[in-house]
Design a protein around this ligand. Sequence first.
Ligand SMILES: O=C(O)C(O)[C@@H](O)[C@H](O)[C@H](O)COP(=O)(O)O
Length: 239
Amino acid sequence: MKKPELKLPEGVSFLPATNAREAANALAEEVAAVLSSRLALAGTASLVVSGGTTPVPFFQALARKELDWSRVTVLLADERWVPESDEASNTALVKRHLLQHHASAARYLSLTEPGEGLDQALPVIEQRLERLALPLDVLVLGMGNDGHTASLFPTAQELPHALSPPANQRVMAMRPSGQPYERITLTLPVLQNAGYTALLVKGPDKLATLEQAARACDQVAAMPVRAFIKPGLKVYWSP
Ligand SMILES: O=C(O)C(O)[C@@H](O)[C@H](O)[C@H](O)COP(=O)(O)O
């Protein structure tokens, strides 16, 4: 298969793979190396991952990487506000596929508060996140075809606040129109400026979305993924 080309701003790497497994393995290899060097330097490391369907093979590959996971804090960039027993739960996904094998020793920082409503739970989660050192070390994002990433949806009326939160808020409730669940997301200042940021996307439609996003990177509110299309970003893509 001929690998596609994608015009992205200078400094953004486009890394097309032949299939999802190959992209997952390459990204897992790189993330493990970044985490290891961070651990050697700083003693601890943070790893922020996304939910959805695309990252499962990446989680499975990363979980088998040998590193001192007991010094790694894992958390989600965003979560759908559903019980962990719901198949839409990103927490359940991460527990099932990432916090396994070697990675089962990692510390998991949860964006959920079982049995609570989202608004009631926010202060507790906000307080929990005070422990998180910024900037993040590793951030792996996904992207929707509306240009959302994490739960920064163009259709959410809370988006302006999540892009520029009052009082340094680290998490925010998002209720995007047209989406089936309430969500909680890390705000843009928390997500931005990670030591390493990758975008993992699959399929020709995502390629077209990315192309469209890259054409006007300054118009973040229309396609929030644009906030991350800047030098240093690694885009892992498979058909
Ligand atoms: O929980 C979520 O829905 C996300 O974190 C979200 O930002 C996701 O990464 C994209 O919607 C891509 O999702 P897919 O991988 O399912 O296409």
